[in-house]
Design a protein around this ligand. Structure first.
Ligand code: LFR
Length: 477
């Protein structure tokens, strides 16, 4: 096949989209078919995803797609899941990873199983919402099958059950060395046999859409292809890197900051630094740490009733830098709630003046994120031995000029910003490879570099001020 159009379903924590991607020799063009908000809903004190609302939007997006799609792929945020009963019906609405049901659970499981065993087996960073800890907090009495969110949607589209490997690697239950479900951990956790479905790789065929889906969308016989169903795996597949010496920041609700490796790093130093080894396309390892990301800004905007963002960013760019800082990775920032107040209190505790205006709060958030990007990239390089000459910042955050500029300054490295829709592109390109329209990962990345609008930010100095700020917060200097 030399030309084909693929649909990409890409669900982020704050918004989802269905895109059409037309791939031809030397060209990839994305068209937006549908974009929709992803608003969590609190019911009876528990924070849920509105999974049926999301699925309805996926069907609407597919209905808007041109005829003749070669296939569709689904990716979403990681770790969360739906449970099916023995008849294949969803038992309850999936719970949001920011829900408080896991409070204290990770500490309990870590004490029982030991950090060394958990890290040596899964290579995963310790985050309170990893699937393994959610399962320990969940009622599994009626559960026959666990499906991660993209696998759940693929199941509703095709009737086929499976667990795509890149996303499975975020559960804490996949063995990082051989890519299979860890029998040892499953036994220790007493998880029901058969709960976790068979694994599949990005690029594998999942099936064709069910008759009811074909009738709803008008795409009879549409094939569903597994992609890097963890959104970060798809995003990093579309990083327009032209050398191996790159770092990346997949920047949206989270900033996922690290390097791409051939093999996991499972050292004690890596575990202590809480670095993760997530599965990528073609067996690559995403060696990274989660930085709290634009969630801090999104929650401020929500608290302020949705003010004009470009105007606020322009004002924040005029606020003197590095006067107020937070450690964005403080767990106190994880749950939803009054973010400006939490930021002000954190500043005060750290010996900084409280932000007096919204623009000062925004500047505080962006300076703090840039500083965390710097610290994390330096740590990734040190722990993995991979040198970094350039930082690729992809995702929605690449539109935020102030954040890109501050990140270049903080890191003392050029930042190449874009593509904005890296995740949807990675989703499309993985399908294109599976259907023989494209060669390997390097070819995909070269195509992105050659065709997508990118902006380059050179560092403009100020190293000593950034180093002093990092030292003040106790971060990697
Ligand atoms: C990004 C992401 C991160 C994951 C977090 C929670 O959207 O997938 O990689 O750590 O969401 O699932």
């Amino acid at each position: 096949m030399s030309e084909a159009t693929f649909a990409a379903v890409d669900l982020g924590a704050s918004s989802g989209r269905v895109m059409a991607g037309r791939v031809r020799p030397g060209s990839v063009e994305l068209t937006e078919l549908r974009r929709f908000a992803n608003r969590p809903v609190r019911v009876g004190g528990t924070l849920h995803w509105d999974i049926l609302g999301l699925y309805g939007n996926v069907l609407d997006g597919l209905r808007a797609a041109p005829p003749g799609l070669a296939s569709v792929g689904v990716d979403s945020w990681a770790v969360d899941y739906g449970l099916l009963d023995a008849d294949g019906r969803l038992i309850g609405n999936p719970v949001h990873y920011r829900d408080s049901r896991t409070d204290g659970v990770m500490e309990r499981v870590r004490a029982e199983l030991g950090d060394d065993l958990l890290y040596r087996t899964s290579g995963l960073q310790f985050l309170p919402f990893n699937t393994i800890y959610q399962l320990a907090a969940d009622d599994l009495s009626r559960a026959a099958t666990l499906l991660l969110i993209p696998d759940l949607l693929a199941y509703w589209l095709t009737g086929e059950i499976g667990a795509e490997r890149t996303n499975a690697s975020t559960t804490g239950l996949l063995d990082v060395r051989d890519g299979t479900w860890s029998r040892g951990l499953l036994a220790k956790l007493d998880l029901p046999a058969g709960l976790l479905p068979p694994l599949r790789n990005p690029g594998e065929a999942i099936g064709t859409v069910r008759a009811d889906v074909a009738a709803e969308t008008g795409h009879a016989g549409l094939r569903v292809t597994a992609v890097g169903s963890h959104d970060t795996a798809s995003a990093v597949a579309a990083v327009p890197a032209t050398t191996g010496r790159f770092g990346y920041i997949s920047c949206g609700t989270w900033s996922l900051v690290g390097v791409e490796l051939d093999a996991p790093v499972l050292t004690e130093a890596s575990r202590e630094a809480n670095f993760t080894n997530e599965g990528g396309i073609d067996g690559t390892v995403r060696y990274l740490r989660n930085v709290m990301g634009l969630w801090l800004l999104q929650e401020c905007l929500r608290a302020w009733g949705g003010p004009d963002l470009p105007a606020l960013l322009a004002e924040a760019a005029r606020v003197p830098g590095l006067r107020r800082l937070v450690d964005p990775d403080d767990p106190e920032f994880l749950p939803p709630g009054d973010m400006p107040a939490r930021i002000a209190a954190h500043c005060r505790r750290r010996g900084f003046p409280e932000p007096a205006t919204r623009a000062e709060t925004v500047r505080c958030v962006l300076d703090s994120l840039a500083l965390a990007h710097r610290a994390t990239l330096r740590q990734a390089a040190r722990l993995s031995g991979r040198e970094i000459d350039v930082v690729h910042l992809v995702g929605g955050g690449s539109r935020n000029d102030l954040l890109c500029r501050l990140t270049a300054d903080a890191c003392g490295l050029p930042v190449v910003a874009g593509p904005v829709e890296a995740t949807a592109l990675g989703n499309v390109l993985t399908q294109a490879r599976a259907h023989g329209v494209l060669g390997g990962l390097a070819e995909s990345r070269a195509l992105v570099a050659a065709t997508q609008p990118l902006r380059r930010w050179e560092p403009s100095g100020g190293e000593s001020a950034w180093a002093a700020a990092a030292a003040h917060l106790g971060l990697q200097p």
